[in-house]
Design a protein around this ligand. Structure first.
Ligand code: HEC
Length: 99
C-alpha cells in the first residue's frame, strides 16, 4: 500500500512538471509576433494579441497540419509549431488570448 502511495505521488509530480507553460512557450514566438502578440509577424500576419483562444488553436493546428497558409508564409509557421503537442498549443493559445 505504501509503495502505491509513493508511486501515485511520483506520477502526480511528473504531470505537474510536464504541464505546458504558455508564457515559456511563447518566448520563441515573441521575436516575430512581439512580446504580447501585438506585431505583424515579419510585416505579414495579423497581430494575434487578444484573438479568441479557439481561433488561435485552429490556426496553430492548421499550420502544424500544413493546411494553413494565409500570407504565403505557412511553411515558416509550420516549422515553428511542428514540435508542439496539443497541450502546448492549448497553453499557448490560452496565454496569447489573454494578452
Ligand atoms: C520567424 C517568425 C515567426 C515566428 C518565430 C513565429 N511566427 Fe507565427 N507567423 C509568422 C508569419 C510570417 C505568419 C503568417 C503565416 C501565413 O502566411 O499564414 C504567422 C502567423 C501566425 C498566426 C496566424 C496569424 C494570422 O494572421 O492568420 C498565429 C496564430 C501565429 N503565427 C502564432 C505563432 C506562435 C504561437 C508562435 C510560437 C510558437 C509563432 N507564431 C512563431 C511568423 C512567425
Amino acid at each position: 500500500m505504501k509503495k502505491l502511495a509513493v508511486l501515485t505521488l511520483a506520477a502526480a509530480t511528473a504531470v505537474t512538471l510536464m504541464a505546458a507553460d504558455g508564457a515559456a512557450l511563447y518566448k520563441k514566438c515573441a521575436g516575430c509576433h512581439g512580446a504580447h502578440g501585438e506585431k505583424k509577424a515579419l510585416g505579414k500576419s495579423a497581430p494575434i494579441k487578444g484573438w479568441p483562444k479557439e481561433k488561435i488553436v485552429e490556426a496553430l493546428k492548421g499550420y502544424k497540419a500544413g493546411t494553413r497558409n494565409v500570407y504565403g508564409m505557412g511553411a515558416l509557421m509550420k516549422a515553428q509549431v511542428a514540435s508542439l503537442s496539443d497541450a502546448d498549443i492549448e497553453a499557448l493559445a490560452d496565454y496569447i488570448s489573454k494578452q
